[in-house]
Design a protein around this ligand. Structure first.
Ligand SMILES: Nc1ncnc2c1ncn2[C@@H]1O[C@H](COP(=O)(O)OS(=O)(=O)O)[C@@H](OP(=O)(O)O)[C@H]1O
Ligand SMILES: [Mg+2]
Ligand SMILES: [Mg+2]
Ligand SMILES: [Mg+2]
Length: 378
């Protein structure tokens, strides 16, 4: 009996050390846990703010797009958590606090500070770590939260680590009570290594549209893609299913100003697609593509010179690649995340499972050639 205890202790220590070593050997394990925790907290914030949002809590930015107190507060929360865990990591975030620092922004500022602190100080849950600046008693000052929003001002670039934050992607969908996504990615040397997309309004089970809502999509480069509920329950690996050509349908933006519905219809007719497109706001489209709710996501520009933002695609690209798909631009080039805050070297986005991607890309190029030919004749 005298030997049982030391043997047990050794086994116990071996088991925990090896499981810890196993966890540590997964690349970006800490970053993944942090990113999921940050997106989960931000999703809680955006869901609760939607029910209380009043008219003067939405601003119109210089590019005429909307931004709400939810966007600012969610960026403040995610940025704060990133800063506590990785203070040296730069962040490319969609929002900045310039308007909130003005005298006229005082009302919104107070509301954003209250929302962000409510989210940050919520009880610790599954996977949370007090060292990330969260939990009861972890209130931040107004200055700290405005600085957290402004830490998203990094210009991007080709080398080193950087995070992208889109605190509410599909703000128009959010305002309509439809789909939107809280999006976070880690890019290292211009390659997306980790993507997390939180979709509070998306049904967990696509075959039951009226089932429980709230999904988080997660992918780590080289280590697969998965979906889980907002609480982290039921993690399930994702693999894009094979679509026979007759079953192909498109996922596309709701807003005709964000991607050309007309061009997509041309590509559909070239491919003989009979199924209507599924229109949905935000990077929820990438999530739905990864779980087979659409066969391809096609996004062609509507205005000359619009450059897609890296935060609108980085998490989606790693999710699709890890679910067995391909993402390129309309010329078949990979999306280049090393050029700054935009995908300035790319034109359009084509995302799909491997076989469908080749078919769609060919049809996109045919449609472009027809368009160029028609313009030349005029
Ligand atoms: N002109 C133009 N062309 C292309 N894209 C644009 C354009 N203007 C805005 N945006 C970006 O579109 C993001 C919304 O994504 P979606 O197009 O998927 O959503 S939607 O269905 O259109 O609402 C949206 O992201 P959020 O601002 O985070 O909502 C914008 O970054
Ligand atoms: Mg926006
Ligand atoms: Mg966006
Ligand atoms: Mg946004």
């Amino acid at each position: 009996m005298r030997h049982v205890r030391p043997v047990f202790c050794l086994l116990h220590r071996f088991y925990f050390q090896s499981s810890k070593a196993r966890a540590m050997s997964l690349p970006y394990e800490t970053e993944k846990q942090l990113a999921v925790a940050a997106v989960r907290r931000a999703c809680g914030l955006t869901s609760s703010v939607f029910n209380k949002l009043v008219k003067n809590e939405t601003l119109t930015k210089n590019d005429k797009s909307p931004v709400t107190v939810g966007d600012y507060a969610a960026q403040a929360v995610i940025s704060t958590m990133l800063y506590h865990a990785f203070p040296a990591d730069p962040i490319v975030g969609e929002e900045d606090a310039a308007e909130l620092r003005e005298e006229s922004g005082a009302g919104l500022r107070d509301r954003i500070v209250a929302l962000a602190n409510e989210a940050l100080t919520g009880e610790l849950g599954f996977g949370d770590n007090v060292e990330w600046g969260i939990g009861p008693g972890q209130e931040k000052t107004t200055a700290q939260l405005l600085d957290a929003i402004d830490r998203g001002n990094h210009p991007g670039g080709r080398s080193g680590r950087m995070w992208t934050i889109d605190p509410i992607d599909g703000t128009k969908g959010f305002l309509r009570g439809e789909q939107y996504a809280v999006c976070l990615s880690l890019i290292v040397d211009a390659q997306v290594q980790l993507g997390v997309i939180g979709c509070p309004n998306l049904p967990v089970d696509p075959s039951k549209p009226d089932s429980a809502r709230g999904v988080i999509f997660v992918a780590v480069k080289g280590h697969g893609a998965e979906q889980m509920t907002l609480s982290g329950a039921n993690p399930a690996p994702l693999r894009i299913p094979i679509f026979p050509p007759a079953e192909i349908n498109f996922l596309e933006s709701v807003e005709a100003a964000h991607s050309s519905h007309y061009f997509n219809a041309r590509v559909s007719s070239i491919l003989g697609i009979t199924h209507p497109p599924v229109r949905m706001d935000s990077q929820a489209k990438y999530g739905c593509l990864a779980r087979g709710e659409g066969a391809a996501y096609l996004r062609m520009p509507t205005v000359v010179g619009y450059k897609e933002k890296i935060w609108d695609h980085a998490p989606g690209v790693v999710l699709i690649e890890e679910a067995g798909g391909v993402v390129t631009d309309s010329r078949g080039l990979p999306l280049d995340f090393g050029l700054g805050r935009t995908l300035g070297g790319n034109f359009g986005v084509v995302a799909a499972g491997m076989d469908v991607h080749a078919l769609v890309l060919e049809a996109v190029q045919k449609a472009q050639a027809l368009e160029t030919g028609a313009k030349a004749k005029v």
